[in-house]
Write a protein that binds this ligand. Sequence first.
Ligand code: ARG
Length: 477
Amino acid sequence: MSTHQLDKKSQAWSALFSEPMSELVKRYTSSVFFDQRMWAADIEGSLAHADMLAAQGIIGAQDLADIQRGMAQIRSEIEAGTFEWKLELEDVHLNIEARLTTLVGDAGKRLHTGRSRNDQVATDVRLWLRGEIDATAVLLEDMQRALVSVAEKNVEVILPGFTHLQVAQPVSFAHHLLAYVEMFARDAERLADLRRRVNRLPLGAAALAGTSYPLDRERVARTLGFDGVCQNSLDAVSDRDFAIEFTSFATLVMIHVSRLAEEIVVWMSQNFGFINLSDRYCTGSSIMPQKRNPDVAELARGKSGRVVGHLMGLITLMKGQPLAYNKDNQEDKEPLFDTVDTVKDTLRIMAEMIGGEVAADGSRSGGLTVKADAMERAALRGYATATDLADYLVKKGLPFRDAHEVVAHAVKDAIALGRDLSELPLETLQGYDARITADVHEALTLSGSLNARNVLGGTAPVQVRAQIARHHQRLQA
Ligand code: ARG
């Protein structure tokens, strides 16, 4: 038996080595217990490579058939959970290749012709990530649909809009939710854009310099559904921008989720009482019997931290690596995998908690409960319509800065009286400016304030409904 056989790896890499690898080093360098999740991409990439090798006459038709048969067998073993992953075979690539050789002999040993694990692993990660990108895109759409579904039921529900978390101006609750839809829509754009750069083929770069075999890289790219091939072999094996770009995208998603989660936590607090969450998304306390805690939102907010950390980790991983491949790159996987898991799980659970569970016919059940009365009561505290009074005076001819000052006096007096501006008698208001007439009270209502903001992108219900229609159009399945 040849000493070059892969399953002899537990002893030494090749005839060059005079002793086996230390046990510590084996464990330290092995990645198979985390990179095995890329097994399907590894097999798919190998089959495309083998198909091209045969088409180019580099391996025989029988070799290709053997490789295909062996890979089918390996696929079913992995799916059945009977495949034996071996730490000493280091990674997913060597584990699958060794098993292939055991199953089909020499054809298995020919598979690696014109290829290196360096271009193989880069191909696998890209293929795997592409699948996850497509799954994430669906979840991002679901999240937007969940928000739009709650928004369309709450266009006329008014809550205080805040700046500095101080009551600022009344806004439609739908308008507030649609702000998050904008964020997730931008995330979706970023995802579609970065997908184009993920979806390029490194195979053919071999270890770093290309290969002396007459490979047809375009054919492999077509087989695997890549948009193109990496144009520089050194870059092809060493580039991990795609992992950083995805993690950067995921960081923004998680930051958006985290802001929304923070609002949900605040809204759910007794001191706001703006919303309620179904019991199934809340947890209790082991000591305080009255508690219902919004743990899901808190965890989503908390999990943004680990994704931010992964972004920092990946960026730092690449800093200072000379061309081309370095083993450092093996460290791209755990952060990337965890980022994918975290962003997908978080989007899924948050969308469901907010918009409810979606049945097969598209109907929704559950989701967050809006307490419109509490929102409205809060909007009536804090002089949210003060700007409306100023705007009213401006329309009557007062310069805005003067109107601002007049209203400041009115608010000061109203605070002393413990009343809202709308509760001040007309004569009192006329005391601040004689131009004030009976129509002022309409301007000082919450709905009057909302309706007045009838500018593109504003909170007037007519504008909000137009936005909802646009989102429906955009998110059509
Ligand atoms: N497990 C390795 C990784 O994840 C595969 C590439 C190893 N290449 C090498 N020349 N050691 O990056």
